[in-house]
Structure formats: structure tokens, C-alpha cells
Design a protein around this ligand. Structure first.
Ligand code: GAR
Length: 193
């Protein structure tokens, strides 16, 4: 399983996966490239630190989607990087046919809530504002429906009485940093090469 990680910003989850890889804890999976749609995003700096090529291809005029021909160019660039599996880790664009058909059944996403609750943007704030006592994070397969693919695994996170939005967020991010590398490690034993 040769992975391209796609992200848009801080890249703390990409970093957790790369740290797991460096520690030998990613099973048969290997991250071969990083792709980012935002210039100067921190995730791009992880490439140099971990010795992985990092790319920021042209992404088109929109913020949350690709024009189809641009998405097709991303699919070609990702293939050329040697990847055969996509991990969306904080990637803020909707993925459609060009990428889904180029990597059929081989795209997973990390989301900061217990799906199907709170899909879409600002999931942690959505859950906080709703007053839920338990939220968490989810890794799921990606299909054409936003945050709607089959769930692979989830970690619950409790909202304690003394939590603030910031501490609640920090707990969910810590849960993500453990869950995503673990799911990749497990999948690497199941996904055919
Ligand atoms: C993570 O919390 C991830 O679950 C979320 O963005 C954050 C990225 O953090 N993704 C989504 O909301 C996707 N809808 P990171 O850049 O530090 O990994």
C-alpha cells in the first residue's frame, strides 16, 4: 500500500502518520508523497523533514472543489508519485469522480466527529454548540457523498464539565493522531498491493 496523503493546512495528522512510519508502526503501508492544495501550508514542510516529496499542484479557482480537468491532473500527478492509495487528512476539498475512479475503493478520510453526526465543515464546533457529551473522530472510506462512505473505525471523546472548546478540540485531535496511523497499519494487511 503506497500512500499519498492529501492535506490543506497544519498537517498534524500527516505528521502523526509519518512519525508512525519512522517508528516502524505503519505495517506494510508506506507514505510515498504529500499533496496539498494550499500554498505555504505547514503540511508541505513535512516533506523535507521526513524525506517525502511534497507537491502543491494547481488547484483551480474554487476553495472546496476542483474543476474536473484539474482533479484529473491531480489524479495523474498522484499516480506519477508512485501512490496507489489516498489518505485525506485535513483535505478541505470534495473529491469527485476523477480521483475516486482513479483510486477505486482506495481513498479514506479522517473526520473530527462520530459520523454520521456532524458531517461537513467545523465538525468540532458543531458538536460543541450542540452540547453533546460525547463526540470523537472517524476514519471512513470516501464515496461521492460528503462524509458518507462506510465507516472503518471511530474513537469516542468525552466532553467533561471543565472542558472549553479549545481543550475539547485538543482531545479530539489527540484521538485522531492515534486513530489514523492505527487504521492505516491495519488496512495495510488487507488492501491488495
Ligand atoms: C482534522 O481535525 C481533520 O479531522 C479535519 O481537519 C483537521 C486537520 O488537521 N478534517 C475535516 O474536517 C475534513 N472534513 P491537520 O491538518 O492538523 O491534520
Amino acid at each position: 500500500m503506497r500512500i499519498a496523503i492529501l492535506g490543506s493546512g497544519r498537517g498534524s495528522n500527516a505528521e502523526a502518520v509519518l512519525e508512525a512510519q519512522a517508528a516502524g508502526n505503519l505495517g506494510a503501508a508506506r507514505v510515498v508523497s504529500l499533496f496539498c492544495d494550499m500554498p505555504q501550508a505547514r503540511i508541505l514542510s513535512l516533506g523535507g523533514r521526513f524525506g517525502i516529496p511534497a507537491f502543491q499542484p494547481e488547484s483551480g479557482p474554487f476553495k472546496t472543489k476542483f474543476p474536473p480537468e484539474v482533479e484529473a491532473a491531480w489524479a495523474r500527478a498522484i499516480r506519477e508519485s508512485g501512490a496507489d492509495f489516498l489518505v485525506l487528512a485535513g483535505f478541505m476539498r470534495v473529491i469527485k469522480a476523477p480521483l475516486l475512479e482513479a483510486f477505486p475503493g482506495r481513498v479514506i478520510n479522517l473526520h473530527p466527529s462520530l459520523l454520521p453526526a456532524f458531517p461537513g465543515l467545523h465538525a468540532i464546533a458543531q458538536a460543541w454548540n450542540h452540547g453533546v457529551r460525547i463526540s470523537g473522530c472517524t476514519v471512513h472510506h470516501v464515496n461521492a457523498e460528503i462524509d458518507g462512505g462506510a465507516i472503518i473505525d471511530q474513537t469516542p471523546v468525552r466532553r467533561d464539565d471543565d472542558d472549553t472548546l479549545e481543550t475539547f478540540e485538543a482531545k479530539i485531535h489527540a484521538a485522531e493522531h492515534a486513530l489514523l496511523p492505527e487504521v492505516i497499519r491495519r488496512l495495510s494487511g488487507k488492501i491488495p498491493a
